[in-house]
Design a protein around this ligand. Structure first.
Ligand SMILES: [Zn+2]
Length: 134
């Protein structure tokens, strides 16, 4: 079953990012893949960062990665996120690095993480990460 949300429903009237948010509705984490050179990238862009080709496709990411860097945010910056919380750069196994929230009391650089989905009223679920089991 697919929920087809409009750009305005998604809160992102941007054809470059709209496929990403559509996949989030189905709780699928996706990244762009260049059909010319095979590079993966995130966040979405209208061209490949490696070879500047404009032929990009959306592919599913495994949803696993490794913490590259992290910090604890102790100042409130958004009503949706009560401090303290962990903000991290996660290297997805496909290669792209993304800024995200780690749902854990504590974590460390190099820790393995797995995508989780945070429900949001009126918006697609937001991909966040949790420490991988084992
Ligand atoms: Zn490319």
């Amino acid at each position: 079953m697919t929920d087809n949300l409009s750009f305005s429903d998604l809160g992102a009237a941007d054809p470059t990012t709209e496929p990403f948010w559509q996949a989030c509705v189905e709780r699928r984490l996706t990244v762009q893949r260049c059909t010319a050179c095979g590079s993966h990238q995130f966040y979405p862009r209208p061209f490949c960062l490696s070879c500047e080709a404009t032929e990009l496709e959306w592919v599913g990411a495994k949803g696993s990665g490794t913490i590259y860097s992290l910090t604890t945010v102790r100042m409130p910056v958004s009503e949706d996120l009560a401090p303290p919380y962990l903000l991290a750069l996660v290297d997805l196994d496909e290669g792209p690095r993304l800024l995200t929230n780690i749902e854990a009391e504590s974590a460390g650089i190099g820790d393995r993480v797995t995508v989780a989905w945070r429900r949001r009223d009126g918006l697609p679920p937001l991909p966040v990460f949790r420490l991988s089991a084992g």
